[in-house]
Design a protein around this ligand. Structure first.
Ligand SMILES: Cc1cc2nc3c(=O)[nH]c(=O)nc-3n(C[C@H](O)[C@H](O)[C@H](O)COP(=O)(O)O)c2cc1C
Length: 253
């Protein structure tokens, strides 16, 4: 199991949240979120990043939290709480965390390269593009948890861009047919209190994405409504309780 202690690093704001490189450069350190999350009445602790020197081994076994909001808001609260509960559960492996906003994801151009070059994308590594390496990281993990806001009844553009780049996996044909026992879970936040189909498109798109990367997607997404301002979840006890129960039931933390 991963080590849980380390020095504390305060981050100045959302733009300085750890990217994947920084997270692993800080291995063995705990990361404290910006002041916004440290408001009175919200005693969220820092989450813990990975211990150093074990990146590859840990990556294969640790759950991966992929947070798709461009802001430090409700999705970040979900990340922090899941990390906290994992750290409080002795049998749990500490999750790895990726904030999609820290990655440069170029949109698919339908160039057809991946159809003729299985498993490869013409954009990989182009102009700082990081989709290929992020998809590789996701493909390496045993358990994926995607946390995403609903934007116009679907995923935010950057997440949809990442999904579209998984066309490489579809063309390679090694996704949906794989029964590896790897599981993906979906958590969606939205502002609206009503709308019976509010999460339908995001659910279908992310489920399809996860299947292409070889994940089973058991159960329904956890859907959290009524979250408009970035700190709304922190002040909504019934949703925090729902998240807690979902986490225990689905993740065992
Ligand atoms: C561009 C944009 C589009 C949105 N579209 C919807 C929507 O269609 N339905 C809805 O309920 N909320 C919508 N929202 C609100 C977000 O889903 C909601 O605030 C969510 O909790 C944000 O999560 P975050 O705090 O992690 O960023 C939208 C927000 C933005 C910025």
């Amino acid at each position: 199991m991963a080590e849980r202690n380390g020095t504390c690093l305060r981050l100045a704001g959302p733009s300085s949240l750890p990217d994947s490189t920084t997270v692993h450069a800080m291995l063995g350190q705990s990361v404290e979120f910006p002041a916004q999350n440290d408001a009175p009445g919200c005693p969220l602790p820092p989450f813990h990043s990975r211990p150093s020197g074990r990146h590859k081994d840990v990556l294969m076994n640790a759950p991966l939290l992929l947070s798709a909001s461009p802001r430090n808001g409700n999705g970040d609260t979900v990340v922090r709480l899941l990390c906290r509960w994992a750290s409080e559960t002795p049998s749990a492996t500490l999750p790895d965390v990726r904030f999609l906003r820290d990655f440069r994801i170029l949109p698919c151009t339908a160039c057809g390269f991946c159809a003729t070059h299985p498993g490869r994308c013409a954009l990989d590594g182009t102009a700082g593009d990081q989709a290929g390496s992020l998809l590789h990281t996701i493909h390496q993990t045993s358990r994926l948890i995607v946390i995403a806001p609903v934007w116009f009844y679907g995923p935010p553009a950057q997440l949809k861009a990442l999904v579209d780049r998984a066309q490489t996996f579809w063309e390679a044909g090694d996704g949906a047919s794989t029964t590896s026992g790897r599981t993906a879970h979906l958590i969606f936040t939205a502002a609206r209190q009503n709308g019976p189909r509010l999460f339908d498109a995001s659910g279908l798109i992310l489920r399809c994405f996860a299947r292409q990367l070889g994940f089973d997607v058991p159960g329904e997404p956890l859907t959290l409504r009524g979250l408009d301002a970035p700190d709304d979840l922190q002040h909504t006890p019934e949703l925090l309780e729902r998240l807690r129960l979902w986490s225990q039931a689905q993740l065992g933390w």
